[in-house]
Design a protein around this ligand. Structure first.
Ligand code: ADP
Ligand code: MG
Length: 336
């Protein structure tokens, strides 16, 4: 009998091979596993780690996290001239610029941190910050600083929530969300993973990390770096369903005549604070720990700890300019 679709011996063995392969691969593709992916997005190291019952679905979720980081970068980067934030910086001194509800909400949140830190956290720091180039070792001289300092004041930023617009009340104002956007991106990712049913995960973007659940049955452990030794860790912090952010003077900096100029600026002077070398904040979400780690860096040990001790569910570890560690009340109790 001649079959209408003759199967030649080679096709037959090919089909058998495919069948065996699929039997071998299928369970491999669907197994429960710890998955981990690293990338560079928003000019920083992104790390996602999670446990998923189905590794195929787990990898898809990791891809979603990376896509979300890219989306936020495209919205808020000051390095991308076509980002929404760059459009604000280019046009808001001339009149109200319409922005997405999302950008408006994050700017609003940043301004709330300006209020509670009495201006230590101030996204208009960028009015002076734009004149620094840490890679080229360039900084504004004292004349240039004196000229731009009046533009640093978060009260110059006017938001209209009804029309969703941002306006600058003075020329020369620039804003930059570098002190809060990475924490926000981490939070967005964690919320997405939670709603997808993930129960054990870590997402970090540079110095901002948030975890869900545990890692191999133990709390996640996040290291605090020794600010003066690239490979040294001064403390390992166990975390479950919490966030931690570290700000340091060792991330982006250059030195001139023994003075370190780094990427965190005191909005009052337009120059980097030197009282501390690093600040770590532990809290419930990464947007707030991110903004607070930058804030406490500017405020210094005494004022910074006072602020942290007044906030619920928030702790701090500060390393000062002599390498001494200072703890907020909740951690000092545990450390004793
Ligand atoms: P990293 O960007 O390394 O995670 P931080 O979270 O401490 O470190 O944020 C530092 C960034 O915050 C700077 O690169 C800058 O974009 C922004 N920034 C610097 N000084 C201030 C300030 N006084 N208020 C708000 N943002 C600031
Ligand atoms: Mg920060």
């Amino acid at each position: 009998m001649i079959s209408r679709w003759p199967i030649t011996p080679s096709m037959k063995s090919f089909k058998i091979l495919m069948f065996i392969l699929s039997m071998l691969l299928f369970p491999l593709m669907a197994i429960a596993d710890w998955l981990r992916e690293d990338a560079t997005i928003m000019g920083t190291a992104i790390n996602v780690e999670l446990w998923h019952e189905n590794s195929v679905q787990g990898w898809a979720l990791i891809q979603e996290v990376m896509d979300e980081m890219q989306r936020i970068d495209a919205l808020m980067s000051t390095y991308k001239p076509d980002s929404e934030l760059s459009r604000v910086n280019a046009g808001a001194a001339a009149g109200p610029v319409t922005v997405s509800k999302e950008l408006l909400a994050l700017i609003k949140h940043a301004l709330e941190f300006s209020d509670i830190t009495h201006g230590a956290f101030d996204i208009t720091y960028a009015s002076a910050g734009q004149h620094y180039d840490y890679r080229k070792g360039r900084r504004p001289d004292s004349n240039q600083l004196a000229e731009v300092l009046p533009a640093i004041n978060y009260h110059h930023v006017r938001l209209d929530p009804v029309n969703s617009t941002v306006q600058f009340l003075q020329p020369g104002v620039r804003i930059d969300l570098g002190g809060i956007a990475k924490g926000y991106a981490v939070d967005r990712s964690i919320v997405m993973l939670l709603s997808a049913g993930v129960r054990n995960a870590l997402v970090s973007a540079g110095g901002d990390t948030r975890v869900i659940g545990r890692h191999w049955g133990h709390p996640w452990k996040v290291g605090i770096r020794d600010p003066r030794n690239r490979d040294g860790i001064v403390s390992m912090i166990p975390l479950e369903d919490a966030a931690i952010s570290t700000s340091g003077d060792y991330e982006r900096f250059f030195e001139q005549n023994g003075v370190r100029y780094h990427h965190i600026l005191n909005p009052g002077t337009g120059v980097s604070p030197r009282e501390v070398h690093s600040t770590s904040i532990i809290g419930s979400n990464a947007t707030d720990t991110d903004a607070l780690s930058t804030s406490v860096f500017v405020m210094g040990v005494e004022k910074g700890l006072k602020l942290v001790n007044s906030l619920p569910e928030t702790e701090a570890i500060i390393i000062d300019d002599r390498g001494r560690m200072h703890y907020s009340d909740g951690l000092a109790r545990v450390a004793q």
